[in-house]
Design a protein around this ligand. Structure first.
Ligand code: SF4
Length: 351
């Protein structure tokens, strides 16, 4: 393959149906050819022009000269020895590296996608923060993680979470475009409830998401029960205070009539006391939500995961609450694929 020439080509993955239709028109083809192309790429999962048997030869010649399929190259895959979890390392066209994680739980599989290269949000408990922010991913780069993983595993993933590297709501448009492509019924066809967008609490974007009426699931990482606690580990709380965040969360849950997921990373002696649990119970009592407690995955910094006794004492305070509570033990921590562990040591790999 001529890599220099291939790099100059535009990626088809990431283009929506309307864009593929107008692309067809631009090269002198009928609009419906765009629909056929959409069907091959997203529904049939084909990335070889030779297999697209209903497209005319002239169209294929034109496409193959200017367009490629994938914006990403799969560089590496590692597999956990402890759980059925795999971590995938992808290279973008400009040499940045990103990671995605595939987790199996019984016969359910979930893929966790990255939305940015690095992250500017600087949560103190997160390895991605240590990379700094390098770039927003395009919708194509986001969805190609899913498409390439789908191609190499036996059963396609049934759930997608935007919870990998980056803050999804700081790359809002591309994330929504990627979610739409995942949902499109005549394409990949994942139900709204199969797609979760997770944010650390970018309040104006939560308001926008609510106003726009999106039906994908929303998760908010709360991680603290007071402004002081959140500020200690999430500097973004200075601009997006706990009060504002809870008000936006409450409004989302009431307007959308959907159950919000509240994520709460349990960090030893920081936010894991029984008093913290009582406060959490009070803060969430009038929000339609479910609570996911995530025992912290250590990354070599100052924070520790609470022991089982502390976790159980926290949980004991949450008996008989009006919302469901689950403890989510991250998978793939032996390959640094757990929540908050994704980070690329070397950000740019030269071609
Ligand atoms: S937890 Fe999310 S938002 Fe915070 S630094 Fe890590 S990737 Fe960014």
């Amino acid at each position: 393959m001529d890599y220099a020439k291939n790099k100059e080509k535009v990626s088809l993955i990431g283009l929506c149906l309307d864009e593929l239709r107008s692309l067809s028109e631009q090269v002198g083809e009928k609009t419906f050819r765009g629909q056929q192309l959409f069907d091959w790429i997203y529904r049939k999962n084909i990335d070889d022009y030779n297999l697209m048997t209903n497209l005319p030869g002239t169209f294929i010649t034109e496409l193959s000269e200017k367009y490629k399929f994938h914006p990403l190259v799969l560089a590496h895959c590692s597999e956990s020895k402890k759980e059925p979890t795999k971590k995938f390392l992808f290279r973008t066209e400009n040499g940045h590296m990103i990671e995605s994680v595939l987790m199996h739980d019984g016969n359910r599989s979930t893929v966790c996608l990255s939305t940015q290269v690095g992250c500017a949000v600087d949560c103190q408990f997160c390895a991605t923060a240590q990379m700094g922010f390098l770039k927003n991913l395009t919708a194509g780069e986001i969805i190609d993680q899913f498409i390439q993983i789908r191609s190499i595993i036996e059963e396609p993933p049934i759930n997608v979470v935007f919870m990998g590297m980056g803050e999804p709501f700081l790359n809002y448009r591309s994330v929504i475009q990627a979610a739409e492509l995942l949902h499109q019924p005549d394409g990949i066809n994942l139900g709204f409830d199969r797609i979760t967008i997770s944010t650390v609490g970018i309040v104006p974007k939560i308001k926008r998401y609510t106003q726009e009426g999106h039906r994908y699931k929303l998760a908010i990482s709360l991680n603290g029960v007071s402004q002081e606690q959140r500020l200690m580990i999430m500097p973004i709380s200075k601009a997006h205070t706990l009060d504002d965040l809870l008000a936006a969360a409450r409004k989302y849950a009431s307007i959308s009539r959907r159950k919000l997921t509240i994520e709460y990373v349990l960090i030893e002696k920081l936010n894991d006391s029984p008093e913290d649990a009582k406060t959490l119970k009070r803060l969430l009592r009038d929000i339609r939500c479910k609570l996911n407690l995530i025992p912290y995955n250590e990354i070599g910094g100052p924070y520790r995961r609470p022991n089982d006794d502390r976790i159980n004492a926290f949980l004991a305070q949450l008996q008989n609450v009006s919302f469901p509570v689950t403890v989510r033990w991250s998978k793939g921590t032996d390959i640094d694929a757990g929540c908050g562990q994704l980070a690329i040591k070397e950000n740019i790999i030269n071609d």
